[in-house]
Design a protein around this ligand. Structure first.
Ligand code: SF4
Length: 436
C-alpha cells in the first residue's frame, strides 16, 4: 500500500489540507482515510462504492433508465443547451475552478443563466460585501492571533466539524499558545446547539431578530443606553459581551445561514460588517462567512474575474447582467423564464423548494454528478463523473478566499470522464452546432 499525505478534503469550505489517504500499490483502490471528519471521510470512501454508476444514463418514456455512452450524453447536452433560448446552468460549487472556467465558456456561448449554490446560501453575504466592503482575514491569522471568536447563526460542530479544531477554537498558534484556554467563544443562536455548548457565552437570540441584537452591540460599544431586553437577550449580557469584544487582542466573527437566511437577509450582514468596523476603532476584528460547499468560494472568484459578478449571472443578452431576485435560479424557475436546466456539482433537488424542483421536472434537464441524488430523480440525463478532489485534482478556494491546489489520490473507474473533460466535449460540440 501507499500512504499519500497532505491530501485536501473536497467536502466543506474549511478545505482541510492535512488528510492522509492509504491506497493500493496500483493506485486503483482507496483503502483508508485519516484525519478527516466523518463527512469528509465519507466523501472519499463513497468513491469506492461497489454500486456506483460509471456510465451516463438516460430516462425512458416510462420513467425507467437506459445506459448511454458519454458520446450520446455529450450530444444530448450540447443539443439541449444550443437549442435553448435561456438555459439555467446551476451548481458549480462541488467542482474545481478549472471546470468552472469551461462552464463559463459554455454559458457565454449559449446565453445561459449562470448561478451557483450561493443563491440559496451566502448570496446575501455577497450582496452585503458589494454594498459595504468587508474587513476580513485568513484562517491562519485566526489560528495564530485570535483570542476571541464569535459564531453567529452557524453550527460548526456539525456543518464544518474540523473548523474549531484546526483554526478557530482549539489550536495553539504563534500568539495563541494556550489554545482554547486562551480564547473566549461566543455563540449566537436561538437553539442550544453542540457549538453553543462549547461557548463561554451563548446569546440565545430570538429567531429572526439578529439585526436588533447587532444594532444593540453597536449601541453598547458606545456605552449608550439600551432597553432592558433586546431580541430576548438581557442588556447586562449585551454590555458584557460588547466589553469583551472591545478588549480582545484579535477577534473574528464567523457567520452562517442563521443570519443570511433569516429576516433582514443581506442587511443582517451589512450591520454585522458595521459591528466589525466599529470594533476596529478599539482593537483588531475580522468577519468571515462559513462557506458550505468546498469550492463555492471558487465559483464566485472565477465568475468575478470573468464577468464581474459572483453569482446570478445572466448572459442571455450577450453581456453579463446581475440582478439577484430576478436572475437567481429559484426566481427564474418559478417565473418559468428558463427553458432547460443543466446542473453540475450541486443538488438543487435537495436544496430548492419543492415548487422549483417541480418546474425543473417539467423542463429538459441534465445533471452531472458522481452520486445518485434527489436531483437525478427529476432529470432526463444523468452523467456520472470522476470525484473532484479524489480522482482528479484542481484548484479550489477555501472560505477565506485562499486558493488551494488538490491532487488526485486514486484512479477513477476505467473510461470515466471528469467534469472538465465532459464540459470541454460539450463546448466543442456546441461550437460545431452553432458554427463558431
Ligand atoms: Fe472535510 Fe470539512 Fe471535515 Fe475538513 S471539516 S475534513 S474540509 S468535511
Amino acid at each position: 500500500t501507499k500512504l499519500i499525505t497532505d491530501v485536501v478534503c473536497p467536502f466543506c469550505g474549511t478545505l482541510c489540507d492535512d488528510l492522509e489517504v492509504v491506497v493500493s500499490d496500483d493506485g486503483k483502490e482507496l483503502l483508508e482515510v485519516n484525519n478527516a471528519c466523518a463527512i469528509g471521510a465519507e466523501k472519499f470512501l463513497h468513491s469506492q462504492a461497489k454500486d456506483r454508476l460509471t456510465r451516463p444514463r438516460m430516462r425512458n418514456e416510462d420513467g425507467s433508465w437506459r445506459e448511454v455512452s458519454y458520446d450520446e450524453a455529450v450530444e444530448f447536452t450540447a443539443q439541449m443547451l444550443a437549442k435553448s433560448k435561456k438555459p439555467l446552468m446551476y451548481g458549480w460549487s462541488s467542482t474545481n475552478c478549472e471546470s468552472q472556467v469551461v462552464g463559463s465558456y459554455v454559458a457565454e456561448l449559449v446565453g445561459g443563466q449562470l448561478d451557483n449554490t450561493a443563491t440559496v446560501c451566502h448570496g446575501s453575504t455577497l450582496i452585503a460585501v458589494q454594498d459595504v466592503g468587508v474587513p476580513s482575514c485568513t484562517l491562519g491569522e485566526v489560528k495564530n492571533r485570535a483570542d476571541m471568536v464569535v459564531f453567529w447563526g452557524c453550527n460548526p460542530a456539525h456543518a464544518h466539524p474540523r473548523h474549531m479544531s484546526r483554526y478557530s477554537l482549539f489550536p495553539r498558534g504563534f500568539f495563541t499558545a494556550k489554545g482554547h484556554r486562551g480564547r473566549t467563544v461566543v455563540v449566537v443562536d436561538p437553539r442550544p446547539t453542540d457549538s453553543a455548548s462549547l461557548a463561554d457565552v451563548h446569546l440565545q437570540v430570538e429567531q429572526g431578530r439578529d439585526y436588533e441584537l447587532l444594532s444593540a452591540l453597536r449601541v453598547a460599544f458606545r456605552n449608550e443606553q439600551l432597553p432592558d431586553i433586546v431580541a430576548g437577550v438581557p442588556k447586562e449580557t449585551i454590555y458584557e459581551v460588547a466589553e469583551k469584544m472591545k478588549n480582545a487582542r484579535f477577534g473574528c466573527i464567523f457567520f452562517g445561514m442563521g443570519v443570511t437566511h433569516s429576516l433582514s437577509k443581506n442587511h443582517n450582514i451589512d450591520i454585522a460588517i458595521q459591528v466589525t468596523r466599529d470594533l476596529n476603532e478599539f482593537t483588531k476584528w475580522s468577519i468571515m462567512p462559513m462557506r458550505g460547499h468546498y469550492n463555492v468560494t471558487g465559483a464566485g472568484e472565477v465568475w468575478g474575474w470573468q464577468f464581474g459578478f459572483p453569482f446570478c449571472v445572466d448572459l442571455s443578452r450577450g453581456f453579463a447582467r446581475y440582478n439577484p431576485g430576478e436572475s437567481s435560479s429559484n426566481d427564474l424557475l418559478m417565473r418559468e423564464e428558463v427553458d432547460s436546466v443543466f446542473v453540475l456539482g450541486s443538488d438543487p433537488g435537495a436544496h430548492f423548494p419543492f415548487s422549483s424542483v417541480k418546474k425543473m421536472n417539467a423542463l429538459p434537464c441534465v445533471v452531472v454528478d458522481p452520486h445518485i441524488t434527489p436531483s437525478t430523480v427529476v432529470v432526463d440525463l444523468h452523467v456520472p463523473v470522476a470525484f473532484v478532489g479524489v480522482e482528479v485534482g484542481g484548484c479550489a478556494y477555501r472560505m477565506d478566499n485562499v486558493p488551494i491546489e488538490s491532487h488526485k489520490v486514486v484512479d477513477a473507474p476505467e473510461g470515466m470522464l471528469t467534469d472538465e473533460e465532459f464540459l470541454k466535449l460539450v463546448l466543442g460540440r456546441i461550437k460545431e452546432i452553432k458554427g463558431v
